[in-house]
Ligand binder design. Structure first.
Ligand code: FES
Length: 120
């Protein structure tokens, strides 16, 4: 059966504190959901584009999250990056319905080769 792009309910808003994030497996996607201290929720792939570190232990400052391994900053709103990362992180559309965070999944994750930077 073909995959139907749709919003998936993931977590209650009260389960993620402001300035914190957590990761969830949604239809084979490892996704980080963050709440900024300003109360905005964002969803992005839970893997740094630099050397494949998990991002869910990264620090959140404003609308950015910092990779815990080498410190690249990513904008939670659009996935754009700073050094030492070379490319952005995929972000997912998100909505809040009542008190539930829902993430839009278009389809199965792309299968990519592991980054050559993984040796750092
Ligand atoms: S793995 Fe994230 S900055 Fe290097």
């Amino acid at each position: 059966m073909a995959f139907e792009p749709q919003f998936f309910p993931v977590v209650k808003t009260s389960d993620i504190d402001p300035g914190k994030c957590a990761s969830y497996m949604i239809e084979e996607h490892d996704i980080l959901i963050a709440q900024t201290k300003g109360g905005d929720f964002y969803a992005m792939q839970n893997m740094c584009s630099h050397a494949n570190a998990k991002m869910d232990t990264g620090r959140i400052r404003g609308n950015h999250i910092m990779c815990p391994l080498h410190g690249a900053r990513f904008d939670l709103r659009d996935g754009s990056h700073g050094p030492p990362a070379f490319s952005p992180i995929k972000v997912f559309e998100l909505r809040v319905v009542d008190d539930m965070v829902e993430v839009f999944i278009e389809g199965p994750p792309e299968k990519k080769p592991v980054s050559a930077m993984g040796m750092f």
